[in-house]
Write a protein that binds this ligand. Structure first.
Ligand SMILES: NC(=O)c1ccc[n+]([C@@H]2O[C@H](COP(=O)([O-])OP(=O)(O)OC[C@H]3O[C@@H](n4cnc5c(N)ncnc54)[C@H](O)[C@@H]3O)[C@@H](O)[C@H]2O)c1
Length: 380
């Protein structure tokens, strides 16, 4: 048996108290393909060092800036140099860091939304094309076995003609911030256009619903009409909104998304309705995929059963009845990226790509433009 060498991973962001960086580290360990060797873990160097000490990372590889990281790591011997970097900072930093890291030859795992503008996203796509490096965009929900089952069931044609698509992403955590009952240290940058970009709600979570629709159906949304709501006068970005979708001539849908639905936690759902049957999935109970039809009793698909299609079957690690969740879903994306980095064969859809990032940025900007222009149809 060949012993596979771990991919030497760096991380930008994800320091003490940060949210998603920790999930990335756990995911990279679950899939067992990576070893975290260094990074720039925090905007504050002292805190970055403290983090590196806690994690047992060589302090010489805890850098003050991305420029310092590139300069030092690119001088290292081939067997030592960092090979891939995860970017888990607030949105505004994804593009500049991704660009300089790609130009320096690093594979990337990058958080969404990929950039601040469509032009930046297109530039990154061209750079990935030119450098042939791996770029995995962490639309985490695509890593769930039952989302992959949904994708393959839809591709098999069992739903007949798709006639309606409905996705929802409701959270409630921003209520306490805008109504002044809680002050959070992290996460609040999402309300500031300088760090978040053109949108809060649609940029942060609506874009996941958008990605899930295009990922599971293989269809592209052509046009959107949005109605966004900042909820309060002093809030600069949307915290809530509804987006009507047009695919082709006879297929329409909707994305409903909100960060102020009191009591909602992470309520992402998708329903795809076809002429013969329909599929429904929700992230708060991710191990159940429901198939409905007018002619047969409802069916429930669950992970780790021989009746699933091959992609879903290869996307769980435990036998049936052992629930797997968000860390495993993210680990599946890391696993797919590892295969690509090593030049191994992988299934399309094992990780969202830079192209999905371009689509996401087109969605966010079309939605914001539609709302600004008085709720009119905008092409992506
Ligand atoms: N895929 C998902 O499901 C998912 C979930 C949550 C967040 N996200 C995305 O992940 C990103 C980070 O979100 P978060 O909630 O973890 O934010 P956070 O505020 O919790 O963490 C951000 C981290 O970046 C660090 N940072 C800021 N500036 C830096 C710099 N110049 N150099 C190095 N580090 C720097 C901060 O110190 C902090 O450690 C966002 O783009 C967000 O949209 C994705």
């Amino acid at each position: 048996m060949t012993i596979m060498k771990k991919i030497r991973l760096g991380m930008i962001g994800g320091g003490i108290g940060a949210f998603i960086g920790d999930a990335h580290r756990r995911a990279s360990r679950i899939c067992n393909d990576y070893e975290l060797v260094g990074g720039v873990f925090d905007a504050d160097y002292e805190r970055s060092i403290e983090f590196a000490k806690n994690e047992g990372i060589d302090l010489k590889r805890c850098y003050k800036s991305v420029e310092d990281l590139i300069s030092a790591e690119t001088k290292m011997a081939a067997g030592q140099k960092m090979e891939a970097v995860a970017i888990v900072t607030p949105n505004a930093l994804h593009y500049p860091f991704a660009k300089s890291l790609l130009l320096a030859g690093f594979h990337l795992v990058c958080e969404k939304p990929m950039t601040m503008t469509v032009a930046e996203a297109v530039e990154l796509e061209e750079l990935v094309e030119k450098t042939k490096l791996t770029f995995a965009l962490t639309h985490t929900y695509t890593g769930y076995p039952m989302v992959r089952q949904m994708k393959d069931l839809i591709a098999s044609g069992v739903l007949g003609t798709i006639q309606r698509i409905d996705a929802q992403y409701y959270q409630g955590w921003i209520n306490s911030i805008i109504h002044g009952t809680e002050s959070r240290i992290t996460g609040v940058w999402r309300l500031d256009p300088k760090h978040a970009g053109a949108s809060s709600c649609m940029g942060d979570i609506g874009v996941h619903a958008f990605n899930l629709i295009e990922y599971t159906t293989g269809l592209e949304i052509n046009e959107v009409l949005s109605d966004l709501n900042p909820v309060k006068e002093d809030v600069k970005l949307d915290l809530d909104g509804t987006v009507l979708l047009r695919f082709g001539k006879n297929l329409k849908g909707v994305i409903r998304s909100s960060q102020v639905c009191g009591g909602e936690e992470n309520n992402l759902t998708i329903a795809v309705y076809g002429s013969k049957a329909s599929l429904k999935w929700g992230q708060e109970n991710p191990n159940y995929l429901y198939m409905l039809s007018d002619t047969e009793p409802a069916k429930t698909f669950k992970p780790a059963h021989g009746y699933n299609m091959a992609f879903a079957e290869s996307s769980h690690t435990m036998p049936s009845g052992h629930p797997e969740g968000i860390y495993e879903a993210l680990a599946n994306i890391y696993k797919g990226a590892a295969k690509s980095i090593r030049g191994e064969k992988f299934t399309p859809g094992e990780f969202p790509t830079v192209h999905d990032g371009v689509r996401g940025m087109k969605f966010i900007h079309a939605v914001v433009d539609s709302n600004k222009a008085g709720n009119i149809w905008k092409k992506l």
